[in-house]
Design a protein around this ligand. Structure first.
Ligand SMILES: Cc1cc2nc3c(=O)[nH]c(=O)nc-3n(C[C@H](O)[C@H](O)[C@H](O)COP(=O)(O)OP(=O)(O)OC[C@H]3O[C@@H](n4cnc5c(N)ncnc54)[C@H](O)[C@@H]3O)c2cc1C
Length: 67
């Protein structure tokens, strides 16, 4: 749950940063595009958001296994 929340918070922060910097957010020298790209990683690794939600659905909410 902590990883899920941290990944979402990181993504929201990266997204807000890019929006704030506007076009300059895409300029390499500001490093915002790099942070934006790297924060997206936490939706994928070390475990993806899909699999965390799948685990919660099955083991916390008692839903059937989805795969
Ligand atoms: C930069 C980087 C560093 C890494 N470092 C390490 C490391 O040091 N050690 C290590 O062990 N691994 C490492 N990994 C691997 C990482 O753990 C995997 O990339 C991660 O677990 C996702 O697995 P996958 O890449 O095989 O994607 P897949 O499992 O093929 O997933 C692809 C997509 O399908 C979705 N998906 C998969 N299964 C389901 C499902 N059942 N239901 C719904 N959606 C599903 C996923 O959410 C994802 O969106 C690293 C990866 C990256 C990108």
């Amino acid at each position: 749950m902590a990883k899920l929340l941290a990944a979402d918070a990181s993504w929201e922060a990266g997204n807000a940063t890019l929006q704030t910097f506007g076009g300059f957010g895409f300029a390499r020298e500001y490093d915002v595009e790099r942070k934006f790209r790297e924060t997206r990683l936490y939706q994928i690794a070390p475990i993806s958001t899909n699999l965390i939600l799948s685990y919660i659905g099955q083991h916390v909410l008692g839903m059937p296994r989805s795969f």
